[in-house]
Ligand binder design. Structure first.
Ligand SMILES: Nc1ncnc2c1ncn2[C@@H]1O[C@H](COP(=O)(O)OP(=O)(O)OP(=O)(O)O)[C@@H](O)[C@H]1O
Length: 599
């Protein structure tokens, strides 16, 4: 990232900022986890320093503990019942917790967790709005600057893309993830394998970009990396090599690493890529390597440990910069809601497909239940059964119409929520309300469209406008209840696949206890209580009573009495609204505790 100014030659204050140094030091880090085979020691007392203004690379054999160390440096791992962590992690010799970490540093995960229907520029804009200070123009300038610095001009207006939407390339995605974090100008940035899955040229351009960020702006850039090319290897300022949870090298990169290993008897062949050579002598699958580990450890202890100790002694101890920006809850809610509107507009699964589905399914069902005779048409019991069948089926359909898209899309949004909430872009309440306000719109509007299509096709009770309105109102609240349950499923299960598998299964008892398949008065007492948490019971009850209460000649038998309902239509609607509120509140609580459970 050059400090030489933009196209216009104007040098923006953002690019000129040089951050005060932040040195991250860690001492005697030990981390072990309980496994079925007994305790497993992952880190065995490592210590070291990630220096400011430098590119600090952590390399090692697979399973050496690189990612674990990086996560510990970012305060993303704590001791739990099943894992023990000890040692100290300090920034400028000051202890910090996860919240304080966010004030001066940021973390880029290995997976690029971005919303697929947002463009690159919109991602940056969202981060700039919530993570930086300044006027709208200053934020826009910053976004433009970031797009330019990361060489994303060509794809700045392209969707990030994903499973359902075509989008930018892998390298562009990675740069977008990095830019998303860099926009707040953190003093330290940690990245877990920023080059994994990328071709060598793209990988080089990303490490080169990070190097410029470190050098030009005095930032602390630390990352884990697998199999760097020789070009990339030459860019590292500081290298940490790990095997079996211990360092075997720590110090300046390049020829210094080669010299150290040749001094203990491991000479890198002249024309080899040093990174390849070191990976080949580190990996744990080779018995010869494992036999050499004690030599590496001894070489580190005798030749490098004291240097690392003095590096730790000499690390910076100045004040930590604070990049964190506090925005109001209202502002955060507005930002989330605006983003959610875009997602809704653009995700074909959420909007277009649902609109088409609502229309086609309504027409189909309307055709199947075409003009069922009403009270004035001398109806038979068979007609009543048909109408009951329609009303019950319709309730299920209205509910599923909202639940299904929510279960399908919530897991991917949930990962984004966890990342952004973790980076303290916003808190749980603004996220939940911002998202809910917007999601509630289609959840209520699609039932309206469907009901208007089907109502007169089936020949439902249109004695007065109130009947039609009540029917639509029940369906809309049922749709919202589906949304509440979808949120609950998406946030209650830490595993997305589990949510997709289990949530629809919950519906079976709800259906059985709705009073259609079995009469409401025939449930055994020990299990009959399930009906009171079934949204289908209340919705079916409400629409049935609405349909069969009228002035005029009657049905062969009173359908309401036959069904043995124990509530009136308005009280059924109230109970349904209560369930909607209940599901929504519980899903909010689950979402608020999600972070803890996922960790
Ligand atoms: N919570 C855990 N429970 C059990 N084992 C764990 C846990 N966390 C990490 N490990 C194990 O600890 C070792 C180090 O994991 P880590 O992810 O840090 O390795 P790594 O060096 O980053 O490996 P790779 O390069 O393959 O990603 C691995 O063997 C891993 O399986």
């Amino acid at each position: 990232m050059s400090d030489t100014g933009s196209n216009t030659g104007k040098v923006t204050p953002y690019r000129m900022d040089k951050t005060p140094s932040v040195d991250i030091i860690f001492k005697d880090i030990r981390y072990s986890v309980s496994t079925k085979q007994g305790p497993k020691e992952i880190l065995k007392g490592v210590e070291g320093v990630c220096k400011s203004g430098q590119l600090n690379a952590i390399l090692g054999s697979s399973g050496a503990g690189k990612t674990t160390l990086l996560n510990i440096l970012c305060q993303r791992i704590q001791s739990t019942k099943k894992s023990q962590l000890s040692g100290e992690v300090l920034a400028n010799k000051t202890p910090f917790n996860a919240q304080q970490f966010n004030k001066f540093a940021t973390y880029v995960m290995q997976d690029d967790i971005l919303l697929e229907t947002m463009t690159v520029k919109e991602c940056f804009q969202f981060a700039a709005n919530l993570k930086t200070n300044g006027t709208a123009k200053e934020k826009n300038d910053r976004v433009q600057e970031m797009v330019k610095q990361l060489k994303l001009e060509r794809c700045q207006n392209t969707f990030v893309g994903g499973l359902f939407v075509k989008g930018i390339s892998g390298g562009e995605r990675k740069r977008t993830s990095i830019g998303y974090e860099l926009i707040s100008d953190p003093a330290a940035i940690f990245l877990d394998e920023p080059t994994s899955g990328l071709d060598s040229f793209t990988a080089y351009s990303i490490i080169e970009l990070l190097r410029r960020y470190a050098h030009n702006k005095n930032k602390t850039v630390t990352f884990t990396i697998h199999q760097p090319s020789s070009d990339i290897w030459d860019l590292f300022d500081r290298v940490m090599l790990m095997v079996e949870g211990r360092f075997i090298y720590q110090g300046p990169g390049g020829i210094n690493v080669v010299n150290h290993f040749s001094s203990i008897g491991f000479q890198c062949p002249q024309y080899s890529n040093p990174a390849d050579y070191f990976m080949s002598i580190m990996h744990a699958e080779s018995d010869a390597n494992v036999k050499s580990y004690p030599i590496y450890f001894q070489g580190y202890d005798t030749k490098l440990k004291s240097i690392v100790s003095s590096d730790i002694q000499n690390a910076h101890d100045g004040e930590l910069p604070n990049k964190q920006v506090q925005t109001s809850m209202l502002y955060q809610t507005g930002q989330i809601a605006m983003r959610q509107v875009r997602i809704l507009q653009r995700n074909p699964l959420i909007f277009k497909a649902r609109l088409i589905q609502s229309i086609i399914i309504s027409l189909f069902i309307g055709a199947i239940y075409w003009q069922i005779p009403g009270p004035n048409d001398n109806p038979s019991q068979r007609n009543v059964n048909d109408k009951n069948g329609f009303l019950f089926f319709w309730c299920i359909g209205m509910f599923m119409m909202t639940l299904n898209p929510c279960i399908l899309t919530f897991p991917s949004e949930r990962a984004v929520f966890l990342r952004e909430e973790n980076a303290q872009l916003y808190t749980v309440s603004p996220y939940f309300f911002g998202k809910f306000i917007v999601d509630a719109f289609p959840a209520a509007i699609f039932p309206l469209i469907s009901c208007l299509i089907v109502y007169w096709m089936v020949g439902l009770n249109d004695e007065n406008a109130g009947k039609v309105f009540f029917f639509i109102l029940v369906c809309a609240i049922l749709g919202l209840t589906g949304l509440g349950l979808g949120y609950l499923g998406g946030s209650a299960f830490s595993d997305a696949q589990m949510a997709i598998a289990v949530t629809p299964m919950l519906l079976m008892p709800f259906m059985l206890f709705a009073g259609f398949y079995k009469n409401a008065s025939d449930y055994a007492a020990w299990i009959g209580w399930i009906q009171y948490i079934s949204p289908f019971k209340y919705a079916f009850q409400a629409v049935t009573i609405n349909e069969y209460s009228y002035d005029g000649p009657g049905y062969p038998q009173d359908p309401i009495k036959q069904l043995n309902f124990d509530q009136g239509m308005w009280s059924s609607l109230g109970s349904l609204a209560g369930l909607f509120a209940g599901f929504t509140i519980i899903s909010f609580i689950f979402l608020a505790t999600l972070k803890k459970r996922v960790q």
